[in-house]
Design a protein around this ligand. Structure first.
Ligand code: YSA
Length: 351
């Protein structure tokens, strides 16, 4: 075979092999086999030295021309194969971003917390400051300073949950049965005029039903100043009911007894669940009691160092869950602490 025939044969095989290379790895192997340091064309060019002197230039030019042709052919094919490989990998690794993402679960403010915020805002506009106090209380504040001495039968009606003490004979410790102990705590450290509201959780050892929980929330209100009268109390609670429930809800004050007020009243609205017709929430009466209230008893004023001849005051304690019930139509107080997300979502949407 002449040199030219050898080169023609090499060219045909090389181009056929290159055309058959299916991916970047085959292309690299081809380059190694033909153009690499030990490749067939490289070996051919190195072997030119053995040819006769007059054959060498022609064979050299033909060999180098073939090297350039094969190099160019390989570069083009290699780039095409690499691009195809990349396309394949990208397709395999692709993340489908056309589907909608997962919507994160949005939390919402608990209806009782929201009511507390609303109440603070309404009362701020009426001149009341919001303060908070301890849920674990001494009997001194929960009862004694509220005109309920240790041997008084009125203590029994509060269904008190007692906290075990270390037995050293200190004051009796209880879970506060109402937010009223904060009346004394505020007055002890403040001189009149006083206008505060106190939201917070209270506890009672009590059977549960649609309108009674063993742990629930109250909002205490206290105003002490010169010449405060029952009319101020009624006006304040009437305005609150108007703001919370609108002008169409009727309100009712009836005489009631609490040792820390004189006179005392209970405050009710016509039941929003049954529109005053009577249901299990209002126990068939058509009215739901929202709170107790009255004029602060002179003994309570005296116990904190106030002069009942110089100042007077009104106070009230409202059940916050019941306010939400009358506002939203929720017909069971147990739903608020039940932790059923379906209830919470429903009421968050309704608000
Ligand atoms: C009275 C006079 C004042 O000068 C100041 C405050 C008070 C209220 C008094 N401290 C008190 O706790 N009265 S109460 O026992 O009748 O409770 C007040 C309100 O809390 C009730 O009208 C009701 O709305 C709510 N409540 C009472 N027990 C409840 C309850 N809510 C849910 N579950 C219970 N078990």
């Amino acid at each position: 075979m002449t040199v030219q025939e050898q080169l023609d044969d090499l060219r045909r095989r090389a181009l056929a092999d290159l055309a058959a290379a299916a991916d970047a790895a085959a292309s690299a192997a081809w380059e190694h086999a033909y153009l690499g340091p030990k490749g067939e064309l490289t070996r051919f060019l190195r072997g030119l030295g053995a040819l006769a002197a007059e054959e060498r230039p022609v064979a050299g030019r033909a060999g180098n021309a073939l090297k350039q042709e094969l190099s160019a052919a390989w570069t083009e094919r290699d780039q095409a194969l690499r691009a195809a490989d990349l396309d394949l990998r990208l397709a395999a690794d692709a993340v489908d971003v056309t589907l909608p993402g997962r919507r994160p679960l949005l939390g919402a403010i608990h209806p009782v917390t929201r009511m507390i915020d609303d109440l603070s805002e309404i009362f701020a506009l009426l001149g009341f400051q919001t303060v908070v106090g301890p849920e674990v209380e001494t009997a001194h504040y929960n009862f004694d300073l509220l005109n309920i001495p240790a041997d008084h039968p009125a203590r029994d009606v509060w269904d008190t949950i007692h906290v075990e003490t270390d037995g050293t004979g200190g004051d009796e410790i209880v879970l506060r049965t109402h937010t009223s102990p904060m009346q004394a705590r505020v007055m002890e450290r403040t001189q009149p005029p006083v206008r505060v509201v106190v939201p917070g959780r209270v506890y009672r050892y009590e059977a549960q039903d649609a309108s009674h929980e063993w742990a629930f929330h109250q909002l205490e209100g206290l105003a002490v100043d010169r010449n405060i009268t029952m009319a101020d109390l009624k006006g304040t609670l009437a305005e609150l009911a108007r703001q919370l429930f609108g002008p169409e809800r009727r309100i009712r004050f009836r005489c009631d007894f609490f040792p820390f007020v004189e006179p005392g009243v209970d405050f009710a609205v016509d039941c929003a669940i049954c529109n005053g017709q009577g249901c299990r929430v209002c126990k068939g009466s058509g009215w739901l009691e929202l709170g107790g209230a009255g004029m602060v008893h002179p003994n309570v004023l005296r116990a904190v160092g106030y002069d009942p001849d110089a100042v007077s005051g009104f106070a009230f304690g409202l059940g916050i869950e019941r306010l939400v019930m009358m506002q939203t139509g929720v017909d069971d107080v147990r739903a608020f602490a039940g932790n059923d997300l379906r209830f919470l979502r429903q009421i968050a949407r309704a608000a």
